[in-house]
Design a protein around this ligand. Sequence first.
Ligand code: GLA
Length: 387
Amino acid sequence: MNINDLKEKFESVFKEKPDRVFFSPGRVNLIGEHIDYNGGHVFPCAISLGTYGLVSMRADDQVACYSLNFEADGVRTFSTKAIRYQADQTWLNYISGTVHLMQEQAGRAVRGFNLLIQGDIPNGAGLSSSASLELLVAYIANQTSQLGLSRLDLVKVGQAVENQFIGVNTGIMDQFAVAMGQENEALFLDVNTLEFDRVPADFGEYALLIMNTNKRRELADSKYNQRRAECEEALARLQKILEIKHLGDLDVETFEANRHLIADPILEARAKHAVYENQRTLQARAALMDHDIEQFANLLNQSHQSLKEDYQVTGIELDTLVQAAWDHEAVLGARMTGAGMGGCAIALVQKEYLDQVQTEIAQAYQQKIGYTPSFYLAEVGSGTCER
Ligand code: GLA
């Protein structure tokens, strides 16, 4: 749907014209997976797929929401004065939770508004549709109620919505990428200091293809919180001897010399992933800056292998998709992206073979899994903004 169609739809739902139009992207993580809660480095970028929000202001304290992705739900309304989590209100919780935590952060009320949203990021596909929505609403509230919060404040509100309102113990990567992204640039972020730099997302003759397993992943139901707890336990065991705050503080040599302290093969494997993946992320940044796409792709492949074997968050769908990509001559590298356990993978594909690669990967995937994957050729886009 283009913006004019969205405006028409807004008018037909709310019986008035929208005042303003906002957009918030999704993200892919290039590398540095399951690292943002382990004190290391991540390397995501915002993508051109995202969530649109059309807004008109109201005179009361109501927020009335209509999602074109869930039209059957109709208009859902809540008061900014009485916000609580409601188990039966899936998507609305992200909006009400964000308004709630924006008010808390700003120390004053958000004005009521009508909101029509439309997302072209598939939900639950690991492309951060929820962070996209959180930042959209945070940005809208900040602008329309002139709360004066910084972009970084909005990022933290978004993460707090996940952690405190929805109940998933996520790190800060998704909200950071969604808010801070810029066209054609990846963000290299140190999650301890929140210092970051921008690296041109230039893959030379290769395009960044997003491949969706079409297996839905629900973060709250997933192994996400479990992995996080396993890493914390591995860290606690290492801390009996080592003076470290996070697994990300370890280099490979120190980890190898001390891994026996963990004394549990599963916890050891989880920690190994965290330590090695963080080092791979540092190397990947250097490779991309040197235009060494082959080395960059190699690191992506190693990352997937580690997420499969040591971290165990891939599953048959993601492994089949990535293997089919690896098997193709025109693919330089591929890995799962996001939390895993379904959702999406990324691949670096020679631009002139893009069509052929998609057809052949789809065939291989369909044969083994029984349904087809989807593909998106997203560009590396900019962060949450007014359109
Ligand atoms: C999800 C979380 C992020 C991050 C990734 C895995 O997307 O929201 O904070 O932990 O998984 O890298």
